[in-house]
Design a protein around this ligand. Structure first.
Ligand code: HEC
Length: 165
């Protein structure tokens, strides 16, 4: 009897230890890490971002972040690229936070310094505040699987270590 109680307690302690480890290591933009601009772990920021996504982005990027069309890598009849998915099948997660922020705020041409690039992606400067842009991108990141969020966190760390002109 005593032995059973002891085992049950031991199991409980192990479960608590595992839960604590997960909480600390969960990827997705940690406010304590200066390399992370996005806050995909902050439920309030993510909830605001979801509302903004539905209102401002879903019409092109898809209600479920699936992109505008299945064939999103090929230009449409207007010669412009369709809106890519923001889920894990797209390449949004290949870009660090700062680049995603710049694309959303300034549009693709200004963010990528491509003067003649024609794009259907609007610039949200003057439409969304910087905090709202961070919220909507945080929502997008919150939908990615943990391994992709972890790779994206690491991408930000590498990006922030590199010297830039
Ligand atoms: C009118 C349609 C439209 C709307 C609305 C729209 N986008 Fe886009 N977005 C696009 C298109 C088209 C592209 C691809 C542009 C290109 O490559 O020139 C794009 C690209 C992007 C990219 C770059 C993705 C990558 O993988 O390179 C990001 C980030 C992005 N959009 C974020 C947003 C966010 C956030 C919103 C809502 C606040 C939004 N977009 C609203 C059409 C739209």
């Amino acid at each position: 009897m005593t032995r059973t109680v002891w085992l049950a307690m031991g199991g409980g302690v192990a479960a608590v230890a595992i839960a604590a480890t997960l909480a600390v290591s969960r990827p997705g933009g940690d406010a304590a890490d200066p390399a992370q601009l996005l806050r995909a772990n902050d439920a309030q920021v993510v909830a605001l971002g979801q509302t903004i996504y539905t209102a401002e982005c879903a019409a092109c990027h898809g209600t479920n972040l699936e992109g505008e069309v299945a064939n999103w890598r090929s230009p449409g009849p207007d010669g412009l690229l369709p809106a890519p998915p923001h889920d894990a099948t797209g390449h949004t997660w290949h870009h660090p936070d700062q680049v995603l922020f710049d694309i959303t705020k300034l549009g693709v041409a200004r963010a990528a310094n491509l003067q003649n690039h024609q794009s259907a992606m609007p610039a949200y400067e003057g439409v969304l505040t910087d905090d709202e842009i961070i919220a909507v991108l945080s929502f997008i990141k919150s939908t990615w699987p943990d391994d992709i969020r972890e790779r994206h966190d690491e991408l930000n760390r590498v990006y922030n270590r590199e010297p830039r002109s």
